[in-house]
Ligand binder design. Structure first.
Ligand code: AMP
Length: 211
């Protein structure tokens, strides 16, 4: 299996890029954030376990996350090309992937972006309740206010995109990121992409790094 992981702060564009790459180039995309939100909506046990952590902006415990991603990967064929967006977020999560040969990380791509931009991006983000598509009140407004361009679903602000929670999420990210980067640097598979550019330009750089 060929596994690329997208690293970077919340709001750095990992999800937007991974979704586009999956739609246009046949990558299998797993977003652990989306998986957790689906579990919460379904009222499953994992969802119940995760909700409090997500609403506070904290990380869901490693054990829960590792078993979610292991079962997602277990169903894939050996020649699948996979993009993991939002996983790993800690060194133990990275080690868990690497501990099994068929899920070892091929590349880690770090989305580099200045912090003040992240706050504006996250607090202005609006998400479709139905299909999960993201919009932005200033940078990417929907054609009709409050309505998703893609599926007509209702747009809402995620609880964890409110300013107080955003600040906490960025703190949590900074607390883990250096160690995670060092881990992949030592593995010699870390690439950095300047994520403070238009979506198509970032995508071009990612495609070059992934090929
Ligand atoms: P995201 O949509 O990727 O920003 O994830 C939203 C929230 O889900 C995060 O703030 C965490 O609470 C939780 N989460 C997602 N992925 C992970 C992970 N790999 N490890 C721990 N918590 C996670």
């Amino acid at each position: 299996m060929n596994i690329s992981v997208f690293l970077g702060a919340p709001g750095s564009g990992k999800g937007t890029q991974a979704k586009k790459l999956a739609q246009s180039y046949g990558y299998v995309h797993f977003s652990t954030g989306d998986m957790l939100r689906a579990a919460i909506q379904a009222g499953s046990e994992v969802g119940l376990q995760a909700k409090g952590f997500i609403d506070r902006g904290d990380l869901v415990p490693d054990g829960v996350m590792i078993s979610i991603i292991e079962s997602a990967l277990a169903g894939l064929s050996k020649d699948a090309r996979v993009l993991l967006d939002g996983f790993p977020r800690t060194v133990p999560q990275a080690q868990a992937l690497d501990s099994k040969n068929h899920t070892a990380v091929t590349r880690a791509l770090f989305f580099k972006i200045p912090e003040p931009i992240l706050i504006t991006r996250l607090t202005g983000r609006r998400t479709c309740r139905k299909c999960g598509e993201s919009f932005h009140v200033i940078f990417l407004p929907p054609k009709t206010q409050g309505i998703c361009d893609r599926c007509g679903g209702e747009l809402f602000q995620r609880t964890d995109d409110m300013e107080e929670v955003v600040v906490r999420r960025l703190e949590v990210f900074k607390g883990q990121n250096e160690r995670l980067m060092d881990y992949f640097r030592n593995r010699r598979c870390l690439f950095e992409v300047d994520a403070d550019r238009p979506v198509d330009e970032v995508q071009g750089s990612l495609l070059r790094m992934l090929s």
